[in-house]
Design a binder for this molecule. Structure first.
Ligand code: CTP
Length: 401
């Protein structure tokens, strides 16, 4: 037994559905047992056509369950759902994904899934076209929105002879995924958090815009830290080169302040918290030219009008349980300006960046922040990487949640 593995003594339910990749479930079971986990295997009836229950009961050292109703107990699915520290469904076929996403429980795997209170990891396996089909992608999105973790598929040769995405992750990769999960603090599971990040671009004409230098790095680092701690993150991201890839992060790309406002207003009511890290344009051209503006006079002016203040709008809408976190980027009278924003926008705390601090602000990989709370408690942090800074901010939020 590997006492160093974070899977040691963990109770794992492994659900297997009917795919050619089911043979990998034998290796996965072996690796789980070697890591010190206790494993109970469930199979859909069609999975038994691909791999023998006897192989799996021998490897797992436990009885394999195939029927919802056993002669020993009528409700073994409830018991198993409550027993497990984690449930893994590997391989999960397109059919199984559809059942899980829609609460259909006509077999032991989907019945235990519905009864499970533990984190669920799903390792899909299917042919490339099935994988890319919009209905499969919708089911995956829905399963993620229920806080399940989808273990990414691999690209390669498939059983059909086609090449593409759809290969189930290798057993070693699934073990690495689980180890990563169990070795991290997962205290934000079940929490929904809205994060805004990046700049906004306000069009002047079809080729020009008003923007700013925000890279989105701070907001994306916050989204990743929240996701790592188990939260479901809705990241409303302005035009940024970054493209976070985490199962718990739902990235919503927008361009303008109005688009960011619309998405935030739609998403916020279902969230436990929102962190407003975007550098939203305060003004936009009052009219957008439909054709490219031609160079004519020596000077020209563009009339601007105010954009909606997204943070202030959410501050007005938020209920007593929701936590709202804002940012303030200041160049002078930093604390006073930040405190006034905290009050004006009804934030629970505000993260202050001063452009006077070296290594803080746009495009740096580092940041130096001060957190100011509602009760005017002020805490200054050292210059750190944005990743480490994100941990400090998320920790402050986690205490309030
Ligand atoms: N913010 C927002 N929507 C806007 C402007 C700002 O959601 N239209 C949010 C930012 O994401 C940040 C906070 O409000 O969390 C403060 O942003 P900042 O630009 O510093 O404040 P402003 O209210 O725009 O004040 P000023 O530019 O005058 O300092």
């Amino acid at each position: 037994m590997n006492t160093l593995s974070s899977l040691n003594n963990k109770r794992i339910v492994l659900g297997i559905s009917g795919s050619i990749a089911a043979y990998k479930a034998a290796f996965l079971t072996r690796l789980l047992i070697k890591s010190g986990a206790e494993v109970k295997v469930l199979m859909t009836p069609s999975a038994t056509a691909f791999i023998s229950p006897l192989t799996l009961s021998t490897l797992s050292k436990n009885e394999v369950h195939i029927d919802v109703v056993s002669d020993k107990s009528w409700n073994n699915h409830v018991e198993m759902g409550l027993w497990a520290d984690a449930m893994i469904i590997a391989p999960a076929t397109a059919n199984t994904l559809a059942k899980l996403a829609n609460g259909i429980c006509d077999n032991i795997v989907s019945a235990v899934y519905l009864s499970a209170r533990c984190p669920v990891f799903i390792a899909p396996a299917m042919d490339v076209d099935m994988w890319h089909h919009p209905s499969t992608q919708e089911n995956l999105k829905r399963l993620q929105s229920y806080s399940n973790t989808i273990i990414p598929v691999n690209k390669g040769e498939l059983a059909s002879g086609l090449y593409g995405e759809g290969r189930m992750a290798e057993p070693e990769e699934i073990i690495t995924f689980l180890n990563g999960f169990f070795s991290k603090k997962q205290d934000l599971i079940g929490k929904n958090v809205l994060v805004t990040a990046g700049p906004t671009f306000e069009p002047i004409d079809p080729v020009r815009f008003i923007g700013n230098h925000s890279s989105g790095k701070m907001g994306v680092a916050i989204a990743e830290e929240l996701a790592t701690r188990g939260a479901t993150v809705h990241l409303v991201l302005g035009p940024s080169k970054l493209s976070p890839n985490h199962n718990n992060i739902n990235v919503i790309r927008i361009m303008t302040a109005q688009e960011m406002y619309d998405k935030c207003v739609e998403i916020f009511p279902d969230c436990d918290a929102a962190i407003m890290a975007a550098a939203v344009a305060d003004y936009k051209p009052s009219t957008v030219a439909t054709t490219k503006i031609k160079k004519k006079k020596e000077d020209m002016s563009i009339h601007l009008s105010k954009t909606k203040d997204i943070a202030a709008s959410l501050g007005k809408k938020k209920n007593k349980k929701q936590i709202l976190v804002g940012f303030a980027l200041e160049t002078n009278n930093e604390i006073i300006n930040a405190q006034s924003k905290l009050e004006r926008k009804n934030f629970d705390f505000i993260v202050l960046n001063s452009l006077k601090d070296k290594g803080a602000g746009f495009n740096f990989d580092t940041n130096k922040i001060t957190i100011i709370k509602k009760d005017n408690n002020i805490r200054k942090f050292e210059l750190k990487s944005k990743k480490e800074t994100a941990k400090d901010i998320v920790q402050e939020l986690a205490l309030l949640l």
